[in-house]
Design a protein around this ligand. Structure first.
Ligand code: ATR
Length: 278
């Protein structure tokens, strides 16, 4: 039950029906007994900027921003964090005391924190990583890996031009490889990340030969529907350690929740089950 003093935040998307964020944040609100609510807001692209600027006037604490609004949010906010600037997209907006909007991107944190928590002894420092796909989600993954000190990232994407744009933006530690040659990329890599939508429910599986992948390499997928993608299944069979993509979604939500509601929430096994609906 919320009172008249409840703190309000939400997620803006178009569509927004599929978003798991309301379930996630409201679970935390209940767990910590916070007087607050987190609501889905379906806003058309043409209205997005105006709606975002309206949040302080309505006393709303902030919001998450999802597809297709992340770039428009980047342009609309008054101030951005360094990471949001580097990624070129904003997924978390905080309304400051003075009513200004600060834009952050917590996807990189979510991606890295998921691996750190699920594979505690894994080290990013000076390793070679392979990243498949060059869509929106890839930018956060690259920014996160570079921040953690990965030495080289081999980036491969069906449409090479999109990978080239990312290489230009993120710099020399990114090397490009043609999509057709992806089987060769995994040689000597200690981390393999799928950021493409291949393997997602309703999409074809990701086809890749992992024979050259070192046995101590970690394989992770940002797809979490299904939780165990064909790639993760293949990697597990081969004896590689895997981390599924659900944790990225859960951890990316932590900084926003803390900023809006004043409590740093925990990602627990129970939360994972709750979100998966089991
Ligand atoms: P997101 O924002 O979630 O990353 P996206 O921007 O639509 O989603 O990116 C989807 C990624 O999956 C892209 O890298 C896309 O490759 P293209 O850049 O060539 O489109 C990749 N992808 C989707 N379907 C694919 C397929 N059938 N084969 C290879 N790559 C595919």
């Amino acid at each position: 039950m919320i009172s008249g003093a409840a703190k309000i935040a939400g997620v803006i998307g178009f569509p927004v029906k599929h978003s798991l964020s309301p379930k996630l944040h409201n679970y935390w609100l209940e767990t910590y007994g916070i007087d607050g609510a987190y609501i889905p807001l379906e806003v058309e692209p043409k209205n997005f900027s105006a709606v975002l600027q309206m949040l302080p006037k309505m006393g709303i604490k902030g919001c998450n921003v999802t597809v297709p609004h992340k770039e428009e949010a980047f342009r609309t906010v008054n101030k951005r964090t360094e990471l949001a600037d580097h990624i070129g997209a904003v997924n978390t907006v905080v309304v400051e005391e003075n009513g200004s909007l600060t834009g952050d991107n917590t996807d990189a944190f979510g991606f890295i924190e998921n691996i750190k928590q699920e594979a505690k002894d894994f080290s990013f420092k000076n390793i070679k990583a392979v990243v498949l796909g060059a869509g929106g989600a890839c930018r956060a993954v690259l920014a996160g890996l570079l921040k953690e000190g990965v030495q080289e990232i081999v980036l491969t994407n069906r449409t090479r031009e999109k990978a080239e744009v990312l290489q230009k933006h993120f710099g020399k530690r990114i090397t490009l490889l043609d999509w057709e040659k992806r089987d060769m990329a995994v040689n000597e890599a200690l981390l393999l990340v799928n950021t493409s939508t291949l393997g997602m429910q309703g999409n074809p599986p990701l086809e890749i030969n992992l024979k050259q992948l070192p046995s101590k390499a970690l394989v992770t997928d940002i797809v979490y529907k299904p939780l165990v993608t064909p790639l993760l299944e293949q990697a597990t069979k081969q004896g590689n350690r895997v981390v599924d993509g659900l944790g990225m979604l859960l951890y990316q939500a932590v900084p926003g929740f803390e900023a809006w509601f004043g409590v740093k929430p925990e990602v627990t096994k129970e939360l994972r089950h709750k979100i998966l609906g089991v």
